[in-house]
Design a protein around this ligand. Structure first.
Ligand code: GLY
Length: 373
């Protein structure tokens, strides 16, 4: 069953590759990626690169490799131009492009590019407050004291850079950011804030706030998903069991707050009525995160059963109810993702990261191809 889903997905990547040319998909608009491509200036551009690398690993077809290689060149130029990388999502961008190339081909230039990207991300470390500033110019009054939970997925780039260069600073920053996120973004009931503010000068905590969630204090589904996978990855790199525990607790919250079909609405606190939007991308991220957690649980660990069941139910539902299997003209892999519901920006459409994590999860469960985190 997973195999059929993978083959369908990879054929869509193949068709899209021809349609997209040098453009990068971001989110769908009325079911179209190709009408809204960007020249590699979005926080999401790495996901397309990652899908090309995954497709190459699965098929060994050099046409995917060549297209993926061209995206890495584009990411190299982006770093040189310093174009649209003044934010923390450098991890998403370079992990799935140049780091993927280094992992697959042992390419020295790709490695050096990835280290440069990690240095750039470290430039957002705010020494005085002790955090990575997510958005906006460094020190700006509105965003200068803000961290966001999504950042957890940017940290593997830094852990990797320490392993690769032997310089501890990258991993020190990553571990400090993960610990701060654990303390302030995750709440006592294992739900989460999307973002949190600190005093820029002293680092004193101010309070949680949402950006894309339903209301202040609500649990934005995708933020919770970033936490599940992100903390699991911080555990992989640091061995700190508090990160493992936090990931599992957030996963349990996610899975026990799902509707009957096991795919999340866009916020766990949104009143559910007919037509309430889903976020299939959040469920795809969690599937990939549950696979990471399962790998970290020793055989016989009692948590394996609910993790396995949660994965099976969510991935099956995505595949059977949300995937565009059998619709060869569809550009996206997963229907019903939501980017920003309150902002009315693609509230119910394809999300390129949803497609990426769905493919990553399918390939990991079926073939052991793990992605590039
Ligand atoms: N990282 C931005 C988002 O998840 O929409």
């Amino acid at each position: 069953m997973w195999k059929q889903a993978i083959d369908d997905a990879v054929e869509k990547v193949r068709r899209n590759m021809l349609k997209f040319g040098d453009g990068f998909p971001h989110v769908g608009q009325q079911g179209s990626y190709s009408g809204y491509l960007n020249p590699n200036n979005e926080w999401t551009s790495g996901f397309w690169s990652g899908m090309l690398w995954l497709s190459y690993e699965y098929t060994k077809d050099s046409v995917f490799r060549d297209a993926a290689g061209r995206t890495v060149e584009s990411f190299k130029q982006r770093l040189i131009r310093n174009d649209a990388i003044e934010h923390h999502d450098i991890g998403f961008l370079y992990t799935l492009s140049s780091k993927a190339q280094w992992m697959i081909e042992n390419d020295e230039a790709a490695k050096q590019l990835t280290v440069q990207a990690a240095k750039k991300l470290c430039g957002r470390w705010r020494e005085q407050g002790g955090y990575i500033q997510a958005w906006g110019p460094l020190g700006c009054p509105e965003q200068g004291g803000r961290i966001i939970i999504d950042c957890l997925m940017n940290l593997p780039l830094l852990y990797w850079a320490s392993q690769t260069t032997g310089e501890a600073r990258f991993a020190d920053i990553a571990a400090a950011q993960a610990e701060l996120s654990r303390r302030y973004l995750v709440r006592g009931d294992d739900s989460s804030y999307h973002t949190f503010y600190f005093d820029q000068e002293t680092g004193e905590p101010i309070g949680g706030a949402t950006a894309q969630g339903y209301r202040q204090g609500s649990t934005w589904t995708r933020g919770q998903a970033w936490g599940v996978y992100g903390f699991a990855l911080s555990y992989r790199y640091t061995g700190n069991v508090q990160f493992l525990d936090t990931s599992k607790r957030m996963a349990r919250y996610f899975l026990t707050h799902l509707p009957e079909d096991h795919v999340a609405y866009w916020d766990f606190d949104v009143p559910v009525q007919a037509g309430t939007y889903r976020d299939s991308s959040a469920s795809a991220i969690v599937c990939a995160g549950l696979l990471e957690l399962l790998e970290q649980q020793p055989d016989g660990d009692p948590d394996r059963e609910w993790l396995r069941l949660g994965l099976e139910r969510s991935l099956r539902s995505l595949t059977e109810r949300y995937a565009t299997i059998g619709q060869p003209e569809a550009e996206g892999l997963l229907l019903h993702g939501s980017y920003s519901v309150r902002g009315n920006n693609a509230p119910d459409d394809y999300m390129i990261w949803g497609d990426y994590y769905y493919l990553e999860a399918l390939l990991r469960i079926e073939c052991g191809i793990k992605g590039y985190w």
